[in-house]
Structures are given as C-alpha cells and as structure tokens.
Design a binder for this molecule. Structure first.
Ligand code: HEM
Length: 467
C-alpha cells in the first residue's frame, strides 16, 4: 500500500522569477500587480515570494469569510515583534493577550457610550469650518488631507481624554503627521528593505523617534494625571481605567494603557482622514450627489448642529461616505497566516501560507457590483445591501478582529460631512495629478489641494431614498 500523500491542489498563479518569485513585481506596484493577477487568474491566486513563501490572494467573499470568521482560529495575523509606536496594543497583538485586551476596551466603544462623543465631533468640525471660512477670502489653496487628519486627531483626543490634545499641544499634531509620513515611507516595501539594509540614523528617523517621544509624553502625562484624580470621567480613558480583567480582577497597567491610546490614535485617525479626503474629491466630481446631501441635511437639521438622534436620519450622507470607502477603501490590504493545513474551496492551503485580502479588488468585483467604477451612493440602501454577500464590502475588516472604531468612524464622518454641507463648498483645485498611493492606508500621494467657499443657499428639501 502506498504511503504517499496525494499531490497538493494549488491555485493558479504566476511562476515569477526562479529566485525571487513575484517579490519584485509586488514591491514595485503593490496594488496594481495584484489587481492584474486577479484579472488574469481569478478569485484565488497563488504567488511565491522569495524561494519558498507562498502567498494567496483571496478575492471572493466566501474565501474572506472563511479566513476572517469561519476558520479564524487558523488564521492569526502574521507575527510582527511589538514596535515602538503600537507596542502591545490591540491592533498589533495576538492570541489570548489580544482577546483579553479586546474585552477590556470593547465597552468604551459600545454604541450607548459613543453617543456621548457626538458633541466632541460637532465641536471639532465647527472649529475646522470656522478656520476654513475665516481664511476662505484669501482664495489660497490648502491640502485638505492635513486638515482631515487634524480633525480626526482632535475628535480622538477629546474622546480619549476629554481634552483637545492637539489644540493644547500643537506639537502633538506635528508629531503625529511626521510619524504617519515615516510609517508610509517604511511601508513602501522597497524602502523598508533599504532601511533594514542601511540602518542610517537620518534626520527623518530622528524626527520619527522624537515624534513618538512627544506622543508618549502627551499620553503618559494625561494617564498620570488621571490616576491621581478620583473623578470618574465619562471618556475612553476613564472607561479603560475602570475596566478589570474578568478572570484576575486586575486593572490595565500604565504601559498597556499607553499602548492602547497610541493604537486608537494611530489606527483611528489616518483611515478616517483619508476616507473624508476621498469623499471631498468624489463630491467635487459629482455635484448632483452633493446637492442631494445638502437637501437631506437641510430637511433633517436646517441650520442646527447634528445630535445623536439625527444621525440615523442622515442616511444619504452616510451612504455617500460608505460608497466613497467602496471606491477608495482606506484599508487596502489585510494579511493572515495559516497555522495548519486547510482548504479554500477545492484548493489546498499549506501551513505558513500567507493569505492577503484586498478591499480595492473585492469592492469592485464585477460579480458583485454593477458598473463597479461608478460612484453611486444608492448602492447602500438596506435592500441593495441585503442582496450582497457580507464580505463583498468590508472596509472595516470582519470577524473577531473587525475594526473596533467602525461605528465611531461612521458617526464622525456623518457629523463632519453634514456640517460641511451646511456651511461650505470644497472646491478641488483643477489640474492636480491624483495618484493612488497604497501605503499604510490608500491615500493620495500629493494630498488634495482645495479652496473653500461658503455653501450655496439651501434649496427646498426633497425626499431622500438611500437606506
Ligand atoms: C474610516 C475609518 C476606519 C477604517 C477604514 C478602519 C479600518 C480598519 C480595519 C480594516 C481593521 C482590521 C484590520 C485587520 O483585521 O487586519 C481595523 C482595526 C482596528 N481599528 Fe479601525 N478603521 C477606521 C477607524 C478606526 C477608528 C476611528 C478607531 C479608533 C477609535 C479604530 C481603531 C482600530 C483598532 C484598535 C483596530 C484593531 C482591532 C483588533 O485587532 O481587535 N479604527 N480598522
């Protein structure tokens, strides 16, 4: 009797270079190369990176569901040693430690608690719009991506600490922007290899370290003040300080609190800011959509600021943001690594295989989206959403590691966009080259230059139908 196991059934894919496999193509064009491979080979593509590492690209909702939900225990995040910035925070940790932390932090993101953050979202947006309108007369253009980062950081600072951290300490804003710039340089895969090969302490690297030190000092001093203050603050840090491990009864250590604050700051601000920036671009290209948003906002809010109760009524505004994240998903790649042998459909997965899932591919998969390139917020009516598989659209990931801030991001975006509709028109400067840059998030390489003018007078309301 033969003891040989049957040959593995591996998915189709490019052979690549005998030594490097497809590594060079993937480094040179991280998104385009995978999009082309999907078009050529289909919903499951196999690559070799280097001599041995197998990488599968998953582009069917069922495969994504299998990895993130059905057999999630077999697919942890690929191991990375804790970095200086995120430490052992939620985004970066794994296994039992991650599970315990998620239990600690989840209550701070409960929908009931998030309601208390709406006034912070309103205040931060109002400050931004006041600034824009005060400077609008000059006609000078500015990069709206920076202002959206500032807005997100302002909201996150208030949500964590009940203080506008970056208003009080503008150096924290600068530090955060520099850290993101450096992370983006590192993330471009080619440069990350160069950085490893030549660990030169350049000015930039020094600024990166100094940036982390600035952020650490801002977070640590606030945690220390809180420890010394018996008042129960109704903010995220207040809730994290109160949380106890259900098994041991122990509270979180200061170091862990610092790591979680840094994770929330950095996982939270850049993606929200990038998504709002893309929304500005799309609205400038689709005045009819913008007009409908203004009508909905006029009907629901008139001139007053949104409250928690208003948010479900601003359906079209939220749908516009969701559709913007379909076309330009801030999270553009998610990776997991198989612990044990598994099957994806008819194909074998060997232990150690890295599986990657790319939102920009599934969000435009022609089997699930009609006219995938068209900007159409009506796709997000409940009826049309119910007809699509869950993982045809997953800007916030899914399963147990789904984004903890998804509701908060949707709320902040709905507040910000509604208030923008009430007060301003964002005019994208003509002639600028928009280049998609897949780094930590999917951003516009040169930002987005805009000018701002006061909003046109409101027109009579019309019934909105999205959602
Ligand atoms: C439009 C905005 C946002 C997008 C598109 C986004 C996207 C994502 C995605 C795709 C993941 C899952 C990554 C993976 O499984 O590999 C994730 C995780 C995470 N996000 Fe977000 N996010 C956004 C906003 C936020 C906000 C506002 C916060 C915090 C206030 C936040 C905090 C986190 C954290 C802590 C994790 C890790 C969760 C865990 O592993 O348990 N995100 N996010």
């Amino acid at each position: 009797m033969s003891t040989e196991s049957p040959p593995l059934n591996l998915p189709p894919g490019p052979e690549g270079n005998w030594l490097f496999g497809s590594m060079n193509e993937a480094k040179a064009e991280p998104l385009d190369f995978f999009v082309r491979s999907f078009r050529q080979y289909g919903d499951l593509v196999r690559f070799r990176m280097g001599r041995r590492q197998l990488v599968y690209l998953l582009s069917h909702p069922d495969y994504v569901k299998h990895v993130l939900v059905d057999n999630a225990q077999n697919y942890p995040k690929p191991h990375n040693p804790p970095g200086r910035l995120l430490g052992k925070g939620l985004f970066a940790s794994e296994g039992d430690f991650w599970r315990q932390q998620r239990r600690f932090i989840q209550p701070a993101f409960h929908p009931d608690r998030l309601g208390a953050l709406v006034p912070h979202m309103v205040d931060s947006t109002r400050d931004m719009l006041d600034r824009w309108l005060a400077e609008s007369g000059s006609g000078k253009s500015f990069d709206v991506a920076n202002d959206m980062s500032r807005l997100s950081l302002s909201i996150l600072g208030k949500s964590l600490f009940s203080e506008d951290v970056i208003e009080q300490q503008p150096e924290v804003l600068e530090a955060c922007l520099e850290i993101v710039r450096m992370q983006n340089i590192r993330r471009s895969m080619l440069t990350s290899l160069l950085l490893k090969a030549f660990p030169v302490p350049t000015q930039r690297r020094k600024r990166f370290r100094a940036g982390i030190a600035t952020v650490d000092a801002a977070i640590n001093s606030r945690i220390a003040r809180r420890r010394a203050d018996p008042t129960a603050y109704p903010d995220m840090v207040g809730q994290m300080l109160e949380a106890r491990d259900p098994k041991t009864g122990e509270p979180m250590s200061d170091k862990q609190l610092r790591d979680e604050c840094a994770n929330i700051f950095f996982a939270g601000h850049e993606s929200t800011a990038v998504a709002l920036t893309w929304t500005c671009l799309l609205l400038s290209q689709h005045p009819e959509v913008e007009q409908r948003m203004r009508e909905e906002v006029a009907a629901v809010l008139g001139e007053r600021a949104p409250t928690l109760q208003d948010l479900p009524k601003l359906r079209y505004v939220t749908a516009v943001f969701e559709e913007a994240m379909r076309l330009y998903s801030p999270a553009w790649i998610m990776a997991r690594q198989a612990k044990e042998a598994d099957k994806l459909g008819a194909y074998d997965v060997t232990p150690g295989t890295v599986v990657v899932m790319m939102q920009p591919i599934l969000h435009k998969h022609p089997a699930f989206w009609d006219e995938p390139e068209k900007f159409d917020p009506e796709r997000f009516t409940p009826e049309r959403m119910a007809k699509r598989p869950r993982f045809a659209y997953y800007p916030f990931g899914g399963g147990q590691r789904m984004c903890i801030g998804s509701n908060m991001a949707l709320m902040a975006a709905t507040v910000a966009l509604s208030m923008m509709m009430q007060r301003v028109r964002v005019n994208v400067m003509p002639g600028q080259e928009i280049i998609l840059e897949p780094v930590v998030t999917l951003r516009s390489r040169h930002g987005l230059q805009v000018t701002v003018s006061p909003a046109p007078a409101a027109s009579p309301p019309r019934a909105a139908t999205a959602r």
